[in-house]
Design a protein around this ligand. Structure first.
Ligand code: SF4
Length: 320
């Protein structure tokens, strides 16, 4: 039986779609009536794919893969988004709450180490309802909340007790970078408040069992070309919450067609830029770092393929 308090909070989340304030964009769109806000999603959930994913950080992918469910559309929509094929449009396969609960159980049956919805924020009410149903039917895997970091701490408080592992991005430490690249003037403020709430709920470390994560937090930061100033500002904000937070510093940025001619975003990150950010993280006292090689491999997924991550492997992420 689902805890009554949790069931009440899920009901509140479902009703909130009448005037959607699930994320800091605060569109107040009546999604139940079919109106759409910035994410262009009505009330129903839409997914792109659900797969055992071997390209996450080692504690999440383990040996059998993360149970990743790629949701369509996003509440941030960065102009350089590496998943732009699915994040910039709401196209995909519409699914019901019952179907999603079934998908979670299928991922468990496939041997995945966790269930990991990607960009859950605009779909939150349906995902949390499905999670409750799947738990009642035997889902035992950790639930991973893999989000863009542009969250409302108040909404996260409503899912306290349901999330085992938070996997947020912390994209920007500078307001101007968030405005330029994602059209949000207040990313750092919301990302910081959300991070504090996530740490309050699950702690500031990653608890492991048999080599895979069971509970805790892992923060991701994608280093952008020509913007190490933004990266360093982001690292300082994360460190102010706790230097014990495990940090994944990603070098894999690859220009998408939309930004190939952008004066900054039209190239890969250089080794010097990436090392500057990694060294800054070490100087700030971060102890658990996941890093990547800087090389020419194109690591962008292709969601037109049945297997979007055809390059396989671990995405070059290592435990530093
Ligand atoms: S989830 Fe979508 S509709 Fe709701 S506030 Fe965010 S962008 Fe707007």
């Amino acid at each position: 039986m689902q805890n009554a308090g949790i069931a009440r909070r899920v009901e509140w989340l479902k009703k909130s779609l009448k005037r959607c304030v699930l994320c800091p964009r605060m569109c107040r769109a009546d999604r139940i009536a079919g109106k759409k806000g910035f994410c262009r999603l009505a009330a129903g959930m839409v997914i792109s794919s659900a797969i055992p994913h071997h390209g996450e950080e080692p504690p999440l992918s383990g040996s059998r893969g993360a149970g990743t469910i790629f949701f369509s559309s996003c509440n941030v929509k960065c102009i350089y988004c590496q998943n732009y094929q699915i994040s910039h449009t709401p196209t995909g396969r519409p699914i019901t709450v019952e179907e999603l609960a079934g998908i979670m159980l299928e991922l468990q049956a496939l041997g995945c180490h966790n269930v990991e919805p990607v960009t859950p924020t605009p779909h939150l009410p349906g995902i949390m309802e499905a999670l409750g149903i799947a738990r009642e039917r035997g889902l035992r895997l950790p639930f991973v909340f893999n989000c863009g970091g542009y969250e409302r701490a108040k909404i996260l408080r409503l899912i306290d007790g349901m999330v085992d592992i938070y996997l947020p991005d912390f994209k920007y430490g500078l307001d101007e970078a968030g405005k330029s690249f994602s059209g949000v003037p207040d990313y750092p403020r919301h990302a910081l408040a959300s991070l504090r709430e996530m740490v309050r709920q699950v702690g500031d470390v990653l608890d492991m069992e048999d080599g895979v994560a069971r509970r805790g937090i892992l923060v991701r930061h994608l280093v952008l070309p020509g913007r190490t100033d933004n990266s360093l500002a982001a690292l300082e904000m994360i460190r102010d919450v706790s230097p014990f937070i495990p940090l994944s510093l990603m070098s894999q940025y690859t220009p998408t067609p939309a930004v190939r001619r952008h004066p900054l975003l039209g190239r890969r990150v250089t080794r010097d830029e990436y090392e500057q950010v990694v060294n800054a993280a070490l100087d700030l006292g971060f102890e658990e770092l996941y890093t990547q090689e800087v090389d020419d491999r194109a690591l962008n997924p292709d969601f037109d393929r049945e297997e979007p991550f055809a390059w396989g492997g671990t995405g070059g992420r290592d435990d530093a």
